[in-house]
Design a protein around this ligand. Structure first.
Ligand code: NI
Length: 225
């Protein structure tokens, strides 16, 4: 499931993050990829362990912790600290798949079930730079307003088209979900969205309670913690 989550960050939060990022030192994006990725990746990143990356990454995670749509779709168990990248002057990232396991800075590892890209610039401020995700339903081009995020299965092949005008600035990170299987996550998301509609229409009714019980029993069946 590829999902657009609107307004993860407010305009004021985006402006503050951009003010700090625009004044930061960037390094070669090939520092955080394996052999295959290094051959096709041409961009810049905020150094992974820099205090600024940590601080801004925490701001992103705090915003997501308050976002019910993100929780419902990702069912996050843990996430890597968000990273930040910048593409300009023809920079791009060719077709690749994200590594399946990543080390966490605090120790331990994370299985990458979901990849997230949070846009920190407006689509009209740059040309190119579309995130292109290939899945069984075809090819999807994603270019979202500043503050919006796309969530997609890390199993997908994807690329970032060359940026031919302006700069594309984004945050990106990976999530290990409590529910490993994309289809099971999708079913739970759809069920949750429909329960919200039933609750809005009928209140805390017998139907809403029954369906909520069903949701939790499925999650109990499928969750790995
Ligand atoms: Ni990638």
């Amino acid at each position: 499931m590829l999902l657009h989550i609107p307004e993860v960050l407010s305009a004021a939060q985006v402006a503050e993050i951009r003010r700090q990022l625009d004044a930061a030192d960037w390094t070669d994006g090939r520092e955080t990829v394996g052999v295959q990725g290094a051959q096709v990746k041409r961009n810049r990143q905020l150094p992974e362990h820099s205090p600024l990356a940590r601080e801004l990454g925490q701001l992103v995670l705090d915003a997501l912790a308050r976002n019910p749509m993100y929780f419902s779709a990702a069912l996050p168990l843990r996430a890597v600290p968000p990273l930040f990248n910048r593409y300009e002057g023809g920079e791009h990232y060719g077709l690749h798949v994200d590594g399946s396991v990543r080390n966490l800075p605090q120790g331990g590892r994370l299985r990458t079930d979901l990849s997230c890209t949070l846009f920190l610039c407006e689509p009209e401020d740059y040309d190119g730079g579309e995130l292109v995700v290939v899945d069984t339903y075809g090819t999807h081009e994603v270019k979202l307003p500043a503050g919006d995020m796309v969530l997609y299965p890390s199993t997908s092949l994807h690329k970032v088209e060359p940026v031919t005008r302006g700069a594309r600035v984004c945050s990106f990170f990976w999530v290990q979900s409590m529910v490993r299987d994309d289809w099971q996550r999708h079913l739970l998301y759809e069920l949750d969205q429909n329960i919200q509609k039933v609750r809005a229409k009928l209140g805390e009714s017998e139907e809403a309670v029954g369906l909520t019980g069903h949701y939790h029993n499925l999650l109990r069946q499928w969750a790995e913690l």
